[in-house]
Design a protein around this ligand. Structure first.
Ligand code: HEC
Length: 186
């Protein structure tokens, strides 16, 4: 291929990847919103009807189900993660950990948690990877199961389901974790 043609091809593919990334960011945001509202609605409804014990089963079963459903619908992986996880399968990978540390330090500098968001596109050996994360604040309702004064009955249930639980001791307004979205294309 001559140089000019090669440059054109490279530019075109870069351009289409930029479009792909823009679309990914848009859809990722929509999926995150859907995840957050659906989960919160089920959580609040369960807390009202059956209290925290019933609500634990929402987080335990409904959260992974929503995650799987949205991943299928949008053709990417969407889930939740944190620096202190309850479910070990939500453990952050090195990239996610770095972003979570950045979020924490930005928050310490006075940044509003609601604005903490990142979307990145990486190209490596013909492989396109797109990732995004959005911080999740700790609200009042979250403290029932992620705070410091957890009811002993609730704590016993959490211990039974999550023997390696690290996700307690959070305070109102802390970053609880983040939604994380990932897509790889070739
Ligand atoms: C009734 C108990 C309960 C309440 C209330 C609750 N959670 Fe959780 N949370 C859980 C359980 C159980 C899990 C583990 C879910 C799983 O197995 O994937 C979890 C997991 C998470 C995770 C995924 C990372 C991890 O630790 O495994 C995040 C993020 C999270 N919760 C945020 C919140 C936020 C934000 C709120 C308040 C809006 C909240 N939770 C309220 C019980 C609760």
């Amino acid at each position: 291929m001559n140089k000019a043609v090669f440059l054109l091809v490279a530019l075109l593919s870069q351009n289409s990847f930029a479009n792909e990334h823009e679309q990914f960011t848009q859809q990722g945001n929509v999926a995150i919103k859907e995840f957050a509202t659906t989960l919160k609605a089920s959580l609040v409804a369960a807390m009202k009807s059956g209290g925290p014990i019933e609500a634990i089963s929402v987080c335990n079963q409904v959260a992974p189900a929503i995650s799987a459903e949205l991943s299928k619908k949008y053709d990417f992986d969407i889930s939740r993660t944190s620096l202190k996880v309850r479910n070990p399968s939500n453990e952050a990978d090195p990239w996610e950990k770095e972003i979570l540390f950045q979020f924490d330090s930005l928050k310490q500098q006075g940044e509003d948690i609601k604005t903490l968001f990142v979307s990145e596109a990486i190209t490596q050996s013909g492989r396109h990877e797109m990732r995004m994360m959005k911080a999740i604040p700790t609200g009042k309702v979250c403290l029932t199961c992620h705070g410091s004064n957890i009811d002993p009955v609730v704590q016993a249930k959490l211990n039974e389901l999550y023997p390696n639980d690290q996700a307690t001791g959070f305070k109102l307004g802390d970053i609880r974790g983040a939604f994380t979205v990932r897509k790889i294309t070739y």
